[in-house]
Design a protein around this ligand. Structure first.
Ligand SMILES: Cc1ncc(COP(=O)(O)O)c(C=O)c1O
Length: 385
């Protein structure tokens, strides 16, 4: 039977490939973006308690009202924005799902979506599965900033949306208010919709502040903002996220969501709602900045080099040009096989597999994991060329 291939991505996602290779070679897995340290004991207990208390049946389609209310209160406090929890927030099984659902609720065959690369690898398949076309633009190394002339040139009458990700996976770059203003200038007289992937909003360093699309007076009314609890509370395996969007966008989003998964894990929603209601939750960026600094510090004893420290996210992009001139995909596999450290080649984040000899490390790991990896990395010399 010939089944349709609904998008242009070949084979399995790089995250599955590299994690499987890491397992096969018993390598330290600094490839996929998940922490290897435990979640807070209190959050873990709340999950068990919710199940024990009998919260085990379907939650409401839009998400547990208490959780949506807590999110609204949290955004008022942290970003000074007022969000209606009934008409503007939908709880989802993770941010990847929320991105797919947002695209599905707006895209029609023939539409175009602008994607800034390198980009999280689900965006383009999500766009293409909906019969639309991704128009890609490369960010400018080493800061991975946006070439606004390129964006302007890419806009056409068919442009339905542009997807933004800040703080950025894989480069750790962070957008400023000025970036959002430039985007606002470009879309002002159009109907272009913004998808703002803000899953790393609370992982931001060096005193920088995350600027959310929800804070932008001109852009908010045309935007879907997408979030993931997994990245904030170190529980990526819970797969709980949410979408914040104006009422008419939320209605369109739920029109798809109700028939795609209907509702999301009930005890996890109870646990998160109770957890969020408590004062004095830990500041994640402080802990994660220490991890980034520790990673960069230890990497300086190796032949790997850093063009720019990550300003946010779980990730540091690293150059191996002093070690090898292998293509990055080959190098990442060689590093896993021969030296027992798994990473992600940056070419995997480009549709055309653009190779700048960069790999991505996830530093959201225990100190001893990073130390063990660095022991292995510092043993590598230029002879690998
Ligand atoms: C940029 C970006 N968006 C979305 C996600 C997915 O989040 P979730 O695990 O909630 O689906 C990730 C996960 O790595 C990511 O890096």
């Amino acid at each position: 039977m010939l089944l349709p291939h609904k998008h242009s991505a070949e084979g399995t996602t790089i995250f599955t490939i590299m994690s499987a290779l890491a397992q096969q070679h018993n390598a330290i897995n600094l490839s996929q973006g998940f922490p290897d340290f435990p979640i807070g004991t209190e959050l873990a207990s709340l999950l068990g308690e919710a199940a024990a208390q009998g919260y085990n049946q379907y939650a409401p389609m839009a998400g547990l009202p208490q959780l949506r209310q807590q999110i609204a209160t949290d955004f008022q406090k942290r970003y000074g924005v007022t969000i209606n929890p009934d008409t503007e927030i939908t709880i989802t099984p993770g941010a990847t799902y929320a991105i797919y659902t947002a695209f599905t609720s707006i895209l029609e065959a023939g539409d175009e979506v602008i994607v800034l690369e390198p980009a999280y690898d689900s965006y383009i398949p999500n766009i293409e599965t909906n019969g639309a076309r991704a128009i890609t633009i490369s960010l400018k190394a080493p800061a991975f900033s946006v070439d606004w002339d390129e964006v302007q040139k890419a806009i056409s009458l068919r442009t339905k949306a542009i997807i933004i990700n800040t703080p950025h996976n894989p480069t750790g770059a962070v957008w400023t208010k000025e970036d959002w203003d430039k985007l606002a200038d470009l879309v002002r007289d159009t109907n272009i919709i913004i998808l703002s992937d803000e899953v790393y909003e609370q992982l931001i360093y060096d005193g920088l502040q995350h600027y959310s699309v929800l804070q932008h007076p001109e852009l908010r009314h045309r935007s879907f903002a997408l979030y993931s609890f997994g990245k904030v509370f170190h529980n990526t395996g819970w797969k709980i996220g949410y979408c914040i969007a104006p009422p008419e966008f939320t209605t369109a989003f739920r029109r798809i969501h109700q028939f795609l998964c209907f509702s999301v894990n009930t005890p996890a929603q109870y646990a998160l709602a109770t957890y969020l209601s408590q004062p004095g939750l830990p500041v994640v960026s402080k802990m994660m900045q220490q991890k980034r600094d520790h990673f960069i510090d230890m990497l300086s004893a190796t032949q790997f080099t850093i063009h720019q420290p990550a300003s946010g996210s779980y990730f540091q992009t690293v150059s191996y040009e002093q070690i090898s001139d292998m293509p990055d995909m080959e190098f990442a596999q060689w590093l896993t096989r021969e030296h027992g450290v798994a990473t992600i080649p940056i070419s995997a984040f480009y549709r055309n597999k653009k190779d700048d000899k960069l790999i991505r490390f996830c530093f959201a790991k225990k100190e001893e994991t990073i130390k063990l990896a660095m022991d292995r990395l510092s043993a590598i010399t230029v002879t690998a060329k």
